[in-house]
Structure formats: structure tokens, C-alpha cells
Design a protein. Structure first.
Length: 158
């Protein structure tokens, strides 16, 4: 179980590795293409500016691939911060109706009122045991927060 002051941080593992490898391969490929551009007989004359543009294009594509390494979940006793590929949201536990990992789903999700949810891209099925540990810790924090705000836990004075 989670301690009251514990902060749980979960990041994907397998996607993180693939994103870094993919970014390095992309940059290396574009650099190799840029080097070969001036030396191969293609019928078109490539200049230094074209080579620089190829390297820059490779860097931009690699940056896009590295966005896949960005997801993170950070949860504590007060709430949960979900950072997906482009958007970061903080949700206090009072607004959360459940923490789910549906059967067959690729990643976990944070259930909100009115059938809304936020995908937790940091907790992915491909990470297997690591994902199971992460979702268990997040659920423990959620359960502790629910227990703390229930009327019986407040110690009502009569």
C-alpha cells in the first residue's frame, strides 16, 4: 500500500526505448543521405544547403518520434498529473470516479464524471509487470484519497 506522503511517478519503458532508438536511427539515416547526396549521380545538383536541410529534416522527425517518450503519470495524496504526448492535465482525486485498465486496452485510463476519461499513456500494456505495479500504486493512492474524504473517515463529532 502507499504511504500518505508518497508520490508515484510512472513512465512507459518499452516505448521509451523504441522512441530513443527510432530517433537515433532517423537522424543517422538522414545524415547518411545528406552525405551521399552530393556524391551520387542522380542527375540533380545538390548543394550544401540541401544537405543541411536534410539533416535538419531528420532532426525534426526525430523530435517528433521523441514525443512518444513524453508520457508520465505523477500522483500524490491530493491528485494526479497526467502528461500525455502534447497535453498535461492535473486532476484532483475528488473529480476522479475510477482508475481503470480495461481488458484488451493498450493503456490505462482515469475515469471522470459524465462518462469522460483521460488516457494514461504512461501505463501501457506492453510494459506488463511494470504497468501492473504502476496501476496498483495509482489505485492505492486513489483508494486512500477516497477513504480520507468519506464521512466515516472524518471522525464526526456528536
Amino acid at each position: 500500500m502507499s504511504a500518505a506522503g508518497e508520490v508515484v511517478v510512472v513512465r512507459p519503458r518499452r516505448v521509451l526505448r523504441f522512441a530513443w532508438v527510432g530517433a537515433v536511427v532517423t537522424v543517422a539515416s538522414f545524415v547518411a543521405i545528406a552525405v551521399v547526396l552530393r556524391n551520387s549521380d542522380t542527375g540533380v545538383y545538390f548543394r550544401l544547403a540541401d544537405q543541411v536541410a536534410m539533416v535538419l529534416l531528420g532532426l525534426f522527425i526525430a523530435g517528433g518520434v521523441l514525443l512518444l517518450a513524453r508520457p508520465r503519470v505523477r500522483a500524490d495524496a491530493a491528485g494526479i498529473e497526467v502528461r500525455n504526448i502534447l497535453v498535461t492535465r492535473y486532476v484532483p482525486w475528488e473529480l476522479v470516479t475510477g482508475v481503470a485498465f480495461p481488458d484488451g486496452a493498450s493503456w490505462a485510463r482515469l475515469d471522470l464524471p459524465d462518462d469522460e476519461y483521460i488516457p494514461l499513456l504512461a501505463i501501457q500494456a506492453t510494459d506488463r509487470g511494470y504497468a501492473a505495479d504502476g496501476i496498483a500504486k495509482v489505485r492505492a493512492l486513489y483508494a486512500a484519497a477516497r477513504a480520507a474524504r468519506s464521512p466515516g473517515a472524518q471522525g464526526e463529532a456528536r
